[in-house]
Ligand binder design. Structure first.
Ligand code: FE
Length: 208
């Protein structure tokens, strides 16, 4: 876009421009290899996503001993499935029950469990979500279309650089005999952040 003075203006938001400027300097000075940066971005954008977390949840639903290990030491239990590393070094799994629903936020910035959920959705990073999840969790859930029983307590967990959380949603009804794979298909990203529930079988996974 050109303004009246004829200067070219980028459409990129300021943060993106600053990131690009930093990357240029780092590459010019030889501090980072652009191919290595691309590989990291591609890994988390394409290869690692919420299907990892869905597998963790499905295993917890079907394997009581794994569930126990997950709730005791999530980092190591998640590691059993081969998931771990960057932004997932210290994981805590919190389990939904009829009495307690768990909701994850990072009030300070956008800390998120990358190895199991990939990169955070845009709304997760928004100031509105970050403040309102704490002040009015029930209202936030309603905006996501989720209304919980009045006597279900909502517990909000504030992620930090040190601790990342994964919600284990409740296993949907009428899923007896489902395989881990069929169950994993019912586990949405939002259900593992706590702004949704796992899908009912008629809407999600294909039981054959
Ligand atoms: Fe953060």
């Amino acid at each position: 876009m050109n303004d009246k003075s004829g200067h070219a203006h980028s459409e990129l938001p300021e943060v993106a421009l600053r990131v690009r400027a930093l990357e240029t300097i780092l590459v010019d000075k030889g501090y980072v290899d652009p191919a290595a940066l691309d590989a990291i971005v591609e890994t988390y954008e394409i290869k690692i996503g919420p299907r990892n977390g869905a597998r963790v949840v499905a295993k917890a639903w079907t394997d009581a001993r794994f569930r126990e290990r997950l709730l005791t030491n999530a980092t190591s239990a998640i590691g059993e499935l081969g998931f771990g590393g960057r932004q997932g070094e210290h994981m805590v799994a919190v389990e939904n029950t009829p009495k307690q629903h768990n909701l994850i936020v990072c009030t300070l910035c956008s800390c998120y469990p990358w190895p199991v959920l990939g990169l955070p959705p845009v709304w997760y990073k928004s100031p509105a979500y970050r403040s309102r999840a704490v002040l009015d969790p029930r209202g936030v859930l309603a905006e996501f279309g989720l209304t919980l029983a009045a006597d279900t307590e909502i517990r909000v967990w504030d992620s930090t650089a040190e601790l990342r959380y994964l919600v284990v949603p409740m296993r949907p009804e009428k899923t007896d005999g489902f395989s881990e794979e069929q169950l994993a298909a019912l586990v949405t990203r939002d259900s593992m952040i706590g702004v949704g529930l796992a899908l009912s079988p008629q809407f999600g996974g294909e039981k054959s």
